[in-house]
Design a protein around this ligand. Structure first.
Ligand code: FDM
Length: 212
């Protein structure tokens, strides 16, 4: 095994309001990185494939009702159940491009009126992202993009509140991109940030813990 123990992959998270373009940007990014020979995987939270994920999915599609705190903890558990696999992949040198993470967890639950510190607590100690790319779009602009789907939370007034809580979560690992730019321009900005981050991680930047 010639893999240098320091040559790890990067944990990169894409965040933003519904319809900011993060899912299509994440697909483009993964294709690009694959094409230039990087070891990369596309991830997303919630991961609806686990038992916990199925409970979350049923809640989001309004097929079940859950207490606000209970669903918050399920979203967090859904990240914890993937934590060690994520760490293994990073140590193996794989870069993970993750569509939503703890910031969604805290922003969406806080927007319902739960205390922000209470919301952060269960995610303390998860793997900290090396880079968070926030695709910045106003709730008004997002709503213009063909309307929202039928899932819970896909409503304009609620998205406005979510945007305010995202702002409170910004830290030095965040890079903010204007999501109203042309798709290709957003893509180019993301590529440059990501390549830079991958290099820093390769050079031995340690894996840190979130909000610790
Ligand atoms: N969401 C997502 C949360 O409320 N908490 C979380 O921890 C996460 C990861 O779930 F409305 C919300 C955000 C969104 C919904 O997300 C489902 P996708 O990206 O549409 O699957």
């Amino acid at each position: 095994n010639t893999q240098n123990s320091e040559s790890r992959g990067a944990l990169i998270v894409l965040e933003g309001l519904d319809r900011c373009g993060k899912t299509s940007q994440s697909t483009r990014l993964v294709n690009y990185l694959n094409g230039i020979g990087h070891s990369v995987e596309s991830w997303r939270f919630p991961d609806r494939n686990t038992g916990v994920g199925q409970m979350i999915s049923s809640y989001l599609s309004n097929k079940s009702q859950l207490d606000d705190r209970a669903i918050h903890l399920l979203f967090s558990a859904n990240r914890w159940e993937k934590r060690s696999l994520m760490e293994d992949e990073l140590k193996r040198g794989t870069t993970l491009i993750v569509d939503r993470y703890s910031y969604s967890g805290v922003a969406f639950s806080s927007a319902k009126g739960l205390d922000i510190e209470w919301c952060k607590a269960p995610d303390i100690g998860l793997l900290a992202p090396d880079l968070v790319i926030y695709l910045d779009i106003s709730p008004e602009e997002a709503a213009k993009r063909g309307g929202y789907g039928g899932e819970r939370y896909e409503q304009r007034e609620f998205q406005k509140k979510v945007a305010l809580f995202y702002q409170k979560l910004q830290d030095p690992t965040w890079k903010i991109i204007d999501a109203k730019l042309e798709v290709e321009d957003v893509e180019k900005l993301i590529r440059d940030m990501v390549l830079d981050c991958i290099l820093t991680c390769k050079k031995g930047k340690p894996i840190l813990k979130l909000w610790a």
